[in-house]
Design a protein around this ligand. Structure first.
Ligand SMILES: Nc1ncnc2c1ncn2[C@@H]1O[C@H](COP(=O)(O)OP(=O)(O)O)[C@@H](O)[C@H]1O
Ligand SMILES: [Mg+2]
Length: 257
């Protein structure tokens, strides 16, 4: 399912994004990187048709995304927002039902999607009573249940403890193996290095670079995007590792290269 941005711009009085041209590689994991306020969420919301581009286009199978009927879009694309707030008093089951409203109801699959994240027992809990991390897992489980080919998630591992972060990354890889096209905004550079196939780098709303992770995730690009020094390390397994160079920080017990 082709998701394409062509000469896409978006402007508010204070902020302007783009022009961005990209074609999201299908069946792989694309990550949008950039500082806070660089336009990651805006780009994801344009991809999901929540925003109408000021110029250029965002198309899914050749159709402008913002013009696609919500029910048709929901069958093709899911969206996990960065901010989670439920103004209504939904149960977890309600959240799952809303996310899956465009598909056939399948309670067994709904429970399976929750079980992946070990949160099946929350089915009848009030969504608002859960912790930030638990709510985050519910929204990810809901997008798994939705079952669309393209899955967009804005900082999906925010609020999660380390083992749940790893679980989410494992699930994303599994979804990729099943052929899903995944687009994420993410900050954790070592995680980006481990799971992404393609990277789009933004700075102040401008596209700095994009391409396969092996080519784009470089110290030079990171320095350009984040304005801080980075170090690369080589582990005993020969795997390259990049981390911010923290002033006065502990020496990392790895060989610096
Ligand atoms: N609804 C909005 N109205 C006006 N400005 C907004 C709105 N949403 C985001 N912005 C601004 O647009 C810029 C980009 O925001 P965003 O895309 O959320 O960045 P990121 O996700 O990379 O942190 C920021 O300066 C932000 O303050
Ligand atoms: Mg954001």
């Amino acid at each position: 399912m082709e998701l394409k941005l062509e000469n896409t711009t978006y402007s508010t009085g204070m902020f302007s994004l783009g022009p961005i041209a990209t074609r999201i590689p299908e069946g792989s994991i694309t990550v949008i990187m950039g500082k806070n306020g660089s336009g990651k969420s805006t780009t994801l919301r344009l991809m999901h048709g929540d925003l109408k581009p000021s110029g250029g286009s965002v198309t899914l199978e050749g159709k402008e995304v913002w013009k696609i009927r919500p029910v048709d879009l929901a069958r093709r694309m899911s969206f996990v927002a960065q901010e989670i707030n439920d103004p209504l008093s939904f149960t977890v089951k309600d959240v799952m039902m809303v996310s899956g409203y465009a598909r056939d109801l399948n309670e067994a699959e709904m429970l399976d999607s929750l079980e992946i994240f070990n949160i099946r027992h929350f089915l009848y809990s009030s969504f608002n009573s859960l912790s930030g991390g638990e709510r985050r897992l519910v929204t990810i489980a809901a997008s798994v249940y939705q079952g669309s080919d393209i899955m967009i998630m804005d900082e999906p591992t925010n609020f999660l403890d380390v083992d749940n972060q790893l679980l989410v990354y494992e699930v994303l890889n599994e979804l990729k193996r099943k052929g899903k096209t995944i687009v994420l905004a993410m900050h954790d550079i070592s995680a980006v290095s481990a799971i992404s196939d393609y990277i789009i780098m933004l700075k102040n709303g401008e596209l700095v670079d994009q391409g396969p992770t092996s080519r784009t995730l470089t110290v030079e690009n990171l320095k350009k995007v984040f304005n801080v020094p980075f170090r690369t390390y080589r582990t005993d397994r020969g795997v390259g590792f990049i981390s911010p160079a923290i002033k006065g920080g502990n020496e990392v017990p790895l060989e610096e290269s």
